[in-house]
Design a protein around this ligand. Sequence first.
Ligand SMILES: Nc1ncnc2c1ncn2[C@@H]1O[C@H](COP(=O)(O)OP(=O)(O)O)[C@@H](O)[C@H]1O
Ligand SMILES: [Mg+2]
Length: 405
Amino acid sequence: MPASTVLVIGSDRAALDQIRSVLTGAGYQVSDLEDVEEALRVVADHHVVVIDALKGPRSASDVCSEIRRAPALAAVPVLCIAQGDDVEDRVRFLEAGADDVIARPFDARELEARIEALLLRFQHSRGVAPTTLPSATPAPVRRLVACFSPKGGVGTTTLAVNIAVALAQRRPDRVAIVDLDPQFGQVATHLNITPRQTIAELSRDETALDEPELLRTYAERAEPGLHVYAAPGSPATAELVTPQTVGRILATATSRYDAVIADGGSFVDERTLVLFERADSVVLVVHPEIAALKALHSLLEFLAESGIVGSKTLFVVNHLFAREMLKPRDIENLLGSRIAIEIPHDTFVYLKAVNEGIPVVVGAPRSQAAARLTKLAAIAIGEAASEAGAADGERRGLLGIKLGI
Ligand SMILES: Nc1ncnc2c1ncn2[C@@H]1O[C@H](COP(=O)(O)OP(=O)(O)O)[C@@H](O)[C@H]1O
Ligand SMILES: [Mg+2]
């Protein structure tokens, strides 16, 4: 196969030489040009364009929008290089139509990976057939699982990540986790990965939002075959993720994966409501403490008004601490609903898991914690019944919420 061609545009000769040597080393055929006019004339002859800093009348984002305005160049992806980690810069490039942005200083491997991802995405949009992996394990009945808690710091991300990893162990490359925590999502941290792209960049990509194989290029792979759609790195870029893009990401992801787990964080907004509506299971993490239960009560009242609470809600009690004041029966009475499963406290395995970025089900597979989390995963996707046993009809709890559970 002939090498893919990369055009690098920039005013700094030393920087151009550096980029050229990285990309040539990776097997690409590279042309670099300092003259913008000359470069614009030859964009169409290349598979991908990289725009570095430009001195002179036109800035890198001007040149980027110029390329994006030319319909004939729509199939040529543009990667812009931001000169620092300033969010404004990145947003400006994305608004100018850049398909991806990388910030200085960057690692040679990161540049290579971004170029490769762009080529893959654009190759697909030129009509390469999507690959469908055969799956030995059948797809579950409940495929989209939302994890949420109205209070932060109670283990929502821990549960979401472990559910996802437990499912991916049986279905490698057929399970995704989407970090929808609107602020500072930590799924990537729990998995010890550094995302090259996030759902903010994905939200800018009109084609990838609806095309499963292009969507996949925005995921980072974590062992044992979990595809991770990371949260935006900052509140500024998080604004690119709208309720509409959340709906499209979830729809496209559920069409590609056997199971999709979403970490909904602890904040209700329109994006969370889209998630709740689409989810087949909503795992509500319950911390057995009065303030957390009150917050949960308010949430349930709100959801009941919106007609969202229903048989898909699973209450999971997570024992963050060794000693609890509230007994499961008290909690069930307060909620007016059965607890689906309890996750016991462990002073060591969870701490180790976060510090090392290896989820409990992988890092401590023989622990009681891993067994409970694996059971939770099975309940969440409808493969196992809740431990509370059969549904108990409609109950009214002490908090006055009527739940059809
Ligand atoms: N059952 C548990 N026992 C002990 N520690 C836990 C348990 N569940 C979670 N943790 C710890 O609680 C902290 C907060 O968890 P995290 O999942 O980040 O919460 P959230 O997403 O709700 O903010 C983490 O350090 C995690 O290791
Ligand atoms: Mg979290």
